[in-house]
Design a protein. Structure first.
Length: 258
C-alpha cells in the first residue's frame, strides 16, 4: 500500500492507497504538533491503521509533503525505522511533471505544487486552486500545465486568533455556520463575518483571476476549512475536493516510482 502524507501548519492529513488503485482506501486528519518525534508519529500511524484492520507492514511505499521543515525529517526517519523504506519528500529533486514559472521555484510551498498537479490532472487544462488552510492560497495553472504562481492571504483561524488577541472584549469563537447574515449576538456576528467575509474575498479574487485567465477557468477548493466557507461563495467554486492534496501526492509518487 502507498502512504501519502500532507503535513500542514495546522493539520496533518494522510491516507493509504491499495496496490494499483487510484481510489483512496482510508484517510485521517489530526492536529499538527511541531514537536512530534519520529516515534510518536510511528505510534500514531500504527494506532490509526489498526482501527481499520491495517498494520505498518502493509505499507511498502510512501511520500510526504510538508510545510513544517522540522517535521519533514521526522516523517522520513519514521519511515526508515517503522516502514523500513525511504519515504519520498516533495521538493526540488522530485519529478512533478509541472514546470514552475515563478521567480524562485524553490520557495513554492510543497502543498501548493501538489494541489496544482492534482488539479491539472483533474481538469486537463488551466485552472485555479483555492486551499483553505492556515493561510488561504490561490494557485494558478496554465493551459499547458505550468505553475504560474498565486496569491496568499491569512486564513480564517489566523484571523480569529488575531481578533481575540487584539480586541479585549471579543470572545474566542469556534468556526461554525452563522445563523443569519445579521448576527444577533457577538458570537453570531463574528461567525457571520468569517463566513461572509472570506466568501467575499474568494469571490473577488477568483473573479479577478478569471478576468485575466478566462471566464470559464475552472476553480477547485480544498483544505480543512473549505466546507465552512464555500457554501457562502456565489458561483465561483466549481468543485470541493477534500482529497485533492492526497491525490496529487499519489500522482507525484507514480511519476517517481522506479
Amino acid at each position: 500500500m502507498l502512504l501519502v502524507v500532507d503535513v500542514g501548519n495546522t493539520q496533518t492529513h494522510f491516507g493509504v492507497y491499495p496496490d494499483h488503485d487510484a481510489e483512496i482506501h482510508q484517510h485521517w486528519r489530526f492536529a499538527t504538533v511541531r514537536e512530534s518525534t519520529r516515534d510518536e508519529l510511528g505510534a500514531a500511524l500504527s494506532n490509526l491503521l489498526a482501527l481499520r484492520g491495517l498494520e505498518l507492514g502493509d505499507i511498502d511505499r510512501s511520500i510526504v509533503s510538508s510545510t513544517v521543515p522540522q517535521l519533514s525529517e521526522e516523517w522520513t526517519e519514521m519511515a526508515r525505522r517503522y516502514l523500513e523504506h525511504e519515504m519520498l519528500l516533495v521538493g526540488p529533486t522530485l519529478r512533478t511533471g509541472m514546470p514552475i514559472r515563478t521567480d524562485n521555484p524553490r520557495e513554492v510551498g510543497a502543498d501548493r505544487l501538489v494541489n496544482s498537479v492534482a488539479a491539472f490532472a483533474r481538469f486537463g487544462g488551466g485552472c485555479i486552486v483555492v486551499d483553505f488552510g492556515t493561510a488561504i492560497t490561490y494557485d494558478v495553472v496554465s493551459d499547458s500545465g505550468e505553475y504560474l504562481g498565486g496569491i496568499i492571504t491569512p486564513g480564517a483561524e489566523i484571523s480569529l486568533d488575531a481578533l481575540y488577541e487584539r480586541a479585549a472584549k471579543l470572545p474566542k469563537v469556534e468556526i461554525a455556520e452563522p445563523r443569519a447574515l445579521i448576527g444577533k449576538s457577538t458570537v453570531d456576528a463574528i461567525r457571520s463575518g468569517i463566513a461572509y467575509g472570506f466568501a467575499g474575498q474568494v469571490e473577488g479574487i477568483v473573479r479577478r483571476l478569471r478576468a485575466q485567465l478566462g471566464a470559464d477557468t475552472p476553480t477547485i477548493a480544498t483544505g480543512g476549512l473549505a466546507r465552512a466557507v464555500v457554501p457562502f461563495v456565489r458561483e465561483m467554486i466549481d468543485e470541493v475536493d477534500d482529497l485533492l492534496t492526497l491525490t496529487g501526492l499519489r500522482l507525484i509518487w507514480e511519476r517517481n516510482a522506479g
